[in-house]
Each structure stands twice: as structure tokens, then as C-alpha cells.
Design a protein around this ligand. Structure first.
Ligand SMILES: [Zn+2]
Length: 259
């Protein structure tokens, strides 16, 4: 019975994310520890069944991938950082058939907390640590999560899915003359991870890909009240012009421009 239950539970789709749902607890004595050049890994022997087989936590493989991710992030950001990241790996857990997600980062204490779901961990959470330690703290969720998704190389969806997402977001959240990017800036804190992260990633990947990482690094820590003027001073474009270029990039025509 437990076996069947595991099959049902772990067949659910897992989204990457930062939902704060893991209680770090007080289990220091029970951790196995692996130290590498840039990480202290704390873990145990977790296993997950994903059709058609079991996956056992392989700490050497995880450590190698995270060290590689760490180097790639430094290169992509073009920053110097030598901090050691504490990397806590918790057992898989499911509530009502869905994984209790996934993990979060605490950049101040250079620590990430993640659940093991049988898949290799990506770069999203450690990118939060390195970004904040080197560039400063981003107060705007669109820039913070968008950069994490960009450094993760979050796979873009099809053009149709992207355009449908634009339409849904505008229809659901836009009020008055609020444009799409203004919606993401002002209401991003209230949008679910599933809806928001891909859009943040598409937008920041567009900005970085079009105008380069150096300009984006100067934008990264701006306050919401200053972002529209900062876009003009950095990119020589208004938010509306940026948005027009972004939509042209995805060959999309928003409904509110047709009225
Ligand atoms: Zn995140």
C-alpha cells in the first residue's frame, strides 16, 4: 500500500520555486556532511520512486553539479565571490498528492534549504545567494526571480504558451492604464510561483540578452518607485518602449493596445 501511495505521490509534476515551506528544525546531530570547495552539504540517504524506477540521493553527483553551477553563475554575472554555501537537503514530502516545495534561499546566511525529489537540483536557489552577496539585495520580485530563472537557463515555453500567458496576465491583473510590465512590477508579489516565475524569467532573459548583463546589474537593486526613471537613464527607453520591444520579440500584440 505504501509503495502504491509513493507511486501516486511522486508522479506529480514538480515546479521549481522558493516557497518557504521547510522547517529547518534542530537536527544538526542527524545530518551527514560533505564539504567541497564552495559548499557544505547536509543530507541523509533519501530515495524517491519516479516511474519506472527508484532514485537514490547521490551526494557526489549533486555536489559536482552545484560546484559547476556556482562557476557558471560567477561567469554569467561576471563577479568575484568565494563564499561557502550551506546546502541543506531535506527528505521528499507530499501533501494531498503534491510535493511540498521545493526550497528557498537565505542569502544573508548563505544557506539554501531544498527537498530531494529525485531530480538533480538546479542553480536557482544558489543564484539568489551569489546575486545578493555580489550585487546587493533586489527589492523587486520581477528582477530577483527573473535573474534567478535566467541564471538557471529556465527553458522557454513555446511562443503560443508565452502569448497565452501574456493575455491571461493582462486580462486577470491589469487595471486602468496599467501596462503588462507595470502589472508584473506592481503585482508580482501576489502572483503564484507557477504563473510568475516563467514570466519573470522571460522578461529578464530578454533584457539581459538584448542589452547585456552589465546594465542589468545596475538595474537589479533599484526600488519600485525609481525603476521607470532608471530604465530611461540606463537603457534610454521608457517602460512603454521597453515593453513594445519585448512584445515584438515574442510577436505579440496585447489586447489593450487594440482598443
Ligand atoms: Zn527564487
Amino acid at each position: 500500500m505504501q509503495f502504491i501511495l509513493k507511486i501516486i505521490l511522486i508522479s506529480c509534476f514538480l515546479l521549481p520555486g522558493c516557497t518557504v515551506s521547510i522547517d529547518p528544525g534542530d537536527e544538526e546531530d542527524s545530518w551527514l556532511v560533505k564539504n567541497t570547495e564552495h559548499f557544505n552539504f547536509y543530507y541523509n540517504e533519501y530515495e524517491v520512486f519516479i516511474m519506472p524506477s527508484w532514485y537514490y540521493l547521490d551526494i557526489d553527483q549533486i555536489a559536482e553539479k552545484q560546484e559547476q553551477g556556482y562557476r557558471e553563475i560567477l561567469e554569467d554575472l561576471d563577479v568575484d565571490y568565494e563564499g561557502v554555501i550551506n546546502f541543506y537537503i531535506y527528505p521528499p514530502e507530499y501533501v494531498e498528492g503534491r510535493p511540498v516545495q521545493s526550497g528557498y534561499a537565505d542569502p544573508t546566511f548563505e544557506t539554501v534549504y531544498l527537498r530531494y525529489h529525485g531530480r538533480p537540483f538546479g542553480k536557482h536557489e544558489i543564484s539568489h545567494i551569489i546575486s545578493e552577496q555580489t550585487l546587493g539585495r533586489a527589492s523587486i520580485r520581477l528582477l530577483n526571480e527573473g535573474l534567478a530563472e535566467t541564471l538557471e537557463y529556465y527553458q522557454p515555453a513555446s511562443l503560443e504558451v508565452i502569448q497565452d500567458t501574456f493575455t491571461w496576465t493582462i486580462d486577470t491583473y491589469s487595471q486602468g492604464n496599467e501596462s503588462y510590465i507595470q502589472v508584473l512590477l506592481r503585482k508580482g508579489d501576489n502572483m503564484s510561483t507557477r504563473v510568475f516565475y516563467p514570466q519573470a524569467g522571460w522578461f529578464v532573459r530578454f533584457l539581459v540578452g538584448t542589452y547585456g548583463m552589465e546594465l542589468f546589474k545596475q538595474l537589479y537593486t533599484v526600488d519600485l518607485s525609481d525603476i521607470e526613471s532608471r530604465l530611461v537613464s540606463l537603457y534610454d527607453r521608457t517602460i512603454t518602449e521597453i515593453e513594445d520591444e519585448y512584445f515584438a520579440f515574442y510577436r505579440y500584440t496585447p489586447e489593450y493596445n487594440k482598443h
